[in-house]
Design a protein around this ligand. Structure first.
Ligand code: ASP
Length: 440
């Protein structure tokens, strides 16, 4: 059994958090690979190490001294080292790095040092081998990954060392230079390493006990989702739930490795398990109908009217216009003499009126109406397809709470039902669905 445990910035923010990480890692011998972010915030007012490093780079670029910021960075590493009684002379390496820092230093190399030094300290503390990401995370110039080379170097390292720590967030391009990923990229490193090592489980340790069933700013104390499929997660994330970025789960998803989101500050919580498919659902009665609710505000509803709309190719022509302006269509409702599509107001942006007039011209109809401030709310759940009458209950719950549904769409695989409501009824709709469907 092999598990890859990735720890986010808040899990490694100070010596106390390092101790929690060690307890977690040592409580399960299968946790043989640790991927670490850079130290995150210790309090709300604190700064992430990565942000401080970006700030250093900005100072260097503008010829302003970054000495104060650099000192606070060094102090943090030294404090962790001293607090944990480690022997790594981190100040020496920081000092020699500082002597190379100038306006020409690449921003990627500079900001990658957050993960580098945090992981060096972590490796000594855990007694694990430090495998630099520049020696195992091979990236192409366009930021894509060389999975074959990553797999051989990770496997080779594991043959020689039983337990390893890999810094997240960066890798190296073919020229040998360091390249960083997008912000939060350590999640990607964790997934890449898990796939490369053919791990049985990828654990992503953070500061929440899993993915919540609804936005906690709308629903009070929503329950965490115990188990979710990658397909459901995609639907929830697409509709606005802030969960792991899709790129970051792709490597483990493809390799069919389950992903467990866990809480470093509450390690006894089971967190959320993300799996390819759920083999045995258990008793349908003891699980809630929906897996989660999410949504987004600010969509526009555009209705095009013309007699016999399908045979006049109006739909095709309209979609071509939207495509030309790079506007994704969220959904379409179709009637005999009219259709309406929903698109995000941000995507329509400043082109909104050009698009409408082009639709009018191309399809020879002046009957195009636009209505803004629509919110889409998705109820996602693989179990909905097991239960006849779900959508009926759904709509009556919304109706009896006074939520007026403007559009309805259900995906053919019955994985989600998406409704459109006025922006002003968005929060109410989310609450009604959560409260109505989390109970059996
Ligand atoms: N340290 C990087 C960031 O703050 C990457 C990460 O934490 O995953 O974005």
């Amino acid at each position: 059994m092999l598990k890859v445990a990735k720890f986010g910035g808040s899990s490694v923010s100070d010596a106390g958090q390092f101790r929690k990480v060690k307890d977690i890692v040592e409580s399960d011998p299968a946790r043989r690979i640790v991927v670490s972010s850079a130290c995150g915030k210790r309090s709300r007012e604190d700064h992430k190490m990565t942000d401080l490093l970006y700030l250093c780079h900005a100072h260097l670029t503008y010829g302003v001294s970054c000495d104060d910021i650099w000192r606070s960075i060094c102090d943090r590493f030294v404090e962790i080292r001293d607090n944990l009684g480690l022997s790594y002379r981190v100040e020496n390496d920081l000092e020699s790095f500082r002597s190379r820092m100038n306006a020409d230093m690449s921003v990627d190399e500079l900001v990658s040092r957050g993960e580098y030094f945090t992981s060096r300290l972590m490796a000594e503390y855990l007694g694990f081998y430090f495998l630099d990401a520049k020696d195992c995370i091979f990236m192409n110039f366009d930021g894509t990954f060389d999975a074959g080379k990553i797999a051989s170097s990770v496997q080779e390292a594991l043959e020689r060392h039983d337990r390893i720590v890999v810094p997240g967030f960066y890798g190296r391009v073919p020229s040998g230079k360091i390249k960083v990923m997008s912000r939060g990229g350590s999640d990607i490193t964790g997934a890449l390493v898990a796939a490369a090592a053919n791990a049985d489980l990828y654990e992503n340790w953070t500061d929440v006990s899993g993915i919540l069933m609804a936005d906690p700013r709308i629903v009070e104390d929503p329950r965490p989702i115990p188990k979710i499929t990658y397909a459901e997660l995609r639907e929830l994330a697409f509709m606005g739930a802030s969960v792991l970025h899709e790129d970051s789960i792709q490597p483990v998803k493809e390799a069919l490795i389950p992903l467990n989101i866990r809480n470093t500050n509450s390690p006894e919580d089971p967190g959320t398990m993300i799996v390819d498919r759920v083999e045995t659902e258990g008793s349908v009665e003891d699980s809630s109908v929906i897996t989660g609710v999410s949504g987004r505000r600010n969509f526009a509803f555009i209705t095009v009217r013309k007699r016999n709309i399908i045979s006049n190719s109006v739909l095709r022509k309209t979609l071509e216009i939207l495509d030309k302006y790079n506007v994704p269509v969220e959904h379409i409702t179709l009637g005999l003499d009219s259709f309406a599509f929903v698109a995000s107001q941000t995507a329509l942006g400043a082109n909104m009126y050009d698009i409408i007039s082009e639709i009018q011209r191309t399809t020879a109809t002046d009957n195009v109406q636009i209505e803004e401030n629509i919110a889409l709310v998705a109820a996602v759940g693989r179990r909905m397809s097991f239960r006849p009458g779900t959508s009926g209950k759904f709509f009556s719950a919304l109706g009896s709470s006074g939520v007026n549904i403007r559009t309805i769409s259900q995906s053919a695989d019955e994985l989600s039902i998406i409704i459109g409501v006025d922006n002003s009824q968005y929060e109410k709709a989310v609450r009604v669905l959560y409260e109505g469907f989390t109970k059996n």
